[in-house]
Design a protein around this ligand. Structure first.
Ligand code: HEC
Ligand code: HEC
Length: 220
């Protein structure tokens, strides 16, 4: 418990609010416990697990739903927020300190992401923050690629939309999921945060099978 980031003002405020509302407190503690480093690593079902779905379009949508365990994990979502402010941790709290990433995604002049986010993760051994995450390409996803507050189907349709996905064909989307350094970071996120579910290779296989079966999207 002593590693919980409870001393940070934003979180403390949240916790107080929860105590006031009573019942919410238990839920919050649960969320904090989920942030523990030793939490069981989440897994992904293999593509073969979906072979039994006879309807190809339904099979494709189910494959995407499985891949969405990664896409909707905090490791991806924190960098694909609804507005220009990144979020942090398992609870997707607003980035501390407050950062407006600006439309370019790299933060205001003088306080760009790289002021704090180095080329690799840096362990801090401090209470609360196990490490400062890092990657040479660190930056916020463009506004058109915002995922938070969207349904799984909504994210799926947006991912296929050339006007919102950076002009990427489905093959390019697959390649990005498999090879982009920021995507890869999610499986080696540094001390203090659980990695995205499964492995990047398994994730890539699910995305490929989703495409091969017609790239259908879940209705919701
Ligand atoms: C003043 C320092 C500082 C600046 C500038 C900064 N960050 Fe951070 N950021 C941090 C620290 C420290 C953490 C780790 C916090 C934690 O894990 O509790 C963090 C965590 C994050 C996370 C959460 C990772 C995760 O999955 O939990 C994201 C996303 C993020 N930063 C994005 C950005 C982006 C994008 C920028 C630039 C627009 C930026 N940050 C600028 C200090 C900074
Ligand atoms: C540190 C921030 C960061 C993290 C973490 C991150 N992304 Fe991104 N993402 C970006 C940026 C920046 C772009 C824009 C890159 C470009 O267009 O060249 C992007 C673009 C994308 C795209 C392009 C198409 C689109 O519509 O979004 C995909 C796909 C994507 N990310 C998937 C992921 C997945 C999957 C994860 C987690 C496993 C992830 N990202 C984690 C910053 C991040």
């Amino acid at each position: 418990m002593e590693h919980l980031p409870i001393s940070r003002p934003g979180v403390a405020r949240l916790a107080c609010a929860a105590l006031l509302v009573g019942g919410l407190a238990a839920g919050l503690m649960g969320a904090f416990a989920g942030a523990g480093v030793s939490a069981e690593t989440a897994t992904l079902k293999p593509v073969s697990a979906f072979a039994g779905i006879a309807d190809q379009s339904a099979r494709s949508a189910a494959l995407f739903q499985e891949a969405a365990k990664v896409i909707e994990s905090p490791r991806c979502m924190n960098c694909h927020p609804a507005n220009r402010v990144p979020t942090q941790g398992e609870s997707r709290r607003e980035h501390i300190p407050f950062i407006d990433a600006t439309m370019e995604g790299h933060g205001p002049k003088g306080l760009t992401c790289h002021t704090c986010h180095q080329a690799q993760n840096v362990s801090t051994y401090s209470d609360g923050i196990g490490s400062v995450p890092g990657n040479g390409h660190w930056g916020l996803a463009p506004a058109s690629m915002a995922w938070q507050d969207k349904t799984t189907g909504g994210i799926c349709r947006q991912l296929k939309d050339l006007s919102r996905n950076g002009g990427r064909s489905l093959a390019k989307i697959h390649e990005h999921m498999m090879n982009d350094p920021l995507v890869g970071w999610a499986w080696e996120p540094g001390e203090g945060r659980p990695p995205a579910p499964g492995t990047q290779a398994q994730f890539g296989e699910l995305i490929q099978a989703w495409i091969d079966n017609g790239a259908a999207c879940p209705p919701e």
